[in-house]
Design a protein around this ligand. Structure first.
Ligand code: PEP
Ligand code: MN
Length: 344
């Protein structure tokens, strides 16, 4: 791809005009904002960058090999940090733990989980209000009532909240209640939704599709970034494979590869990634030891009675044990940076 960095005084509107002119001249171009910069992004059609050398307002022309220039480390070598409420996900100060039930079920349930995960040291509370269920007769979530209960529970314990949004039409509503929007695995390639969350101004937790390559996942992130939203956090939640012994295959290698190729924070979700309670602790440990920025875990006060994903839910006690192991192993060192070995 060819990326043109525009001069500081070029506005997005001016860059858009230039992009339209280039597109008319058969060089399809997109103007995007990336942090402080305005960029023009063009797919290469064998034209070579010298064609654009004399364009007005262009500061620098860069060739980018990845089809996701904004997500790639090529233009942005440093790790980026994403703020969710008062929490910063940047992989530096210690692993970030998102925890809570699969679904918000009642005020009593979500408050009880919020209190236990907060006590155990979680940083962000999760809980689904709009649930993407395989079967239309399964519990679909409490909808707006669930959003309200989640927000109140988060506020009462002082944790920001993340919840899934399933359609572009619901982005505004969910953004009123949530500090972070989750795009679920089944929607990773819903490009209208990606654009809509890209315009929401809320940070986004982007799950990897269960049959998506790392490259497709990073291009999904590019949709959100190119819509003007720099707050993207990737989450590996397992891909489909042949072995039914686990619910999915948690692709930690793919997650680390995403982290190597992209500057975005990357989390792992061993709850959906394995579907097996006894594997969640070891896989959380492995994900953080491999350099990921944290984990996303499902916790329920009474897993056997959960409305969804009860078989993979941790009890508050099991969650607390995992938190102790993680914090002992990966406590920040004296300099405030975490002690994960920087391997490779
Ligand atoms: C969830 O987080 O409860 C969920 C449905 O996740 P995924 O989209 O990864 O299946
Ligand atoms: Mn779930």
């Amino acid at each position: 791809m060819i990326v043109m960095r525009m001069q500081r005084d070029v506005s997005l509107a001016q860059a858009q005009t230039l992009a339209r002119q280039l597109s008319r001249d058969r060089f399809p171009a997109e103007a995007v904002r990336a942090g402080e910069e305005t960029l023009l992004v063009l797919t290469e059609n064998g034209q070579g960058e010298e064609v654009f050398a004399n364009l007005k307002g262009v500061d620098e022309i860069v060739q980018v090999a990845a089809p996701y220039p904004l997500a790639s480390r090529e233009l942005h070598p440093e790790d980026s940090a994403v703020r969710v409420g008062n929490v910063v996900i940047d992989g530096g100060a210690g692993p970030i733990v998102i925890a809570g039930p699969c679904s918000v079920e009642s005020e009593v349930q979500i408050r009880s989980v919020a209190e236990s995960v907060k006590r155990a040291g979680a940083h962000i509370l999760r809980g689904g209000a709009f649930k993407p269920r395989t079967n239309p007769y399964s519990f679909q979530g409490l909808g707006e009532e669930g959003l309200r209960l989640l927000k109140e529970a988060g506020e009462s314990v002082g944790l920001p909240v993340v919840t899934e949004v399933m359609s572009p039409a619901a982005v505004e509503l969910v953004s009123e209640y949530a500090d972070m929007l989750q795009v679920g695995a089944r929607n990773m390639a819903n490009f209208d939704l990606l654009r809509a969350v890209g315009q929401s101004g809320r940070p986004v937790l982007l799950k990897r599709g269960m049959a998506s390559t790392v490259d497709e996942w990073l291009q999904a992130a590019e949709y959100i970034l190119s819509a003007g939203n720099p707050g993207v956090v990737l989450c590996e939640r397992g891909i489909r494979s042949f072995d039914s012994a686990t619910r999915n295959t948690l692709d930690l290698a793919g997650a680390v590869l995403a982290k190597q190729r992209s500057h975005l924070p990357v989390l792992a979700d061993p709850s959906h990634g394995t579907g097996v309670v006894s594997l969640i602790g070891p896989m959380s440990y492995a994900a953080i030891a491999a350099g990921l920025d944290g984990v996303c875990l499902e916790v329920h006060p009474n897993p056997t009675e959960a409305y969804s994903d009860g078989e993979q839910a941790l009890t508050p006690r099991a969650f607390e044990r995992i938190m102790k192991q993680i914090s002992q192993a990966f406590a920040p060192a004296g300099n405030g940076r975490r002690s994960t070995p920087n391997i490779g």
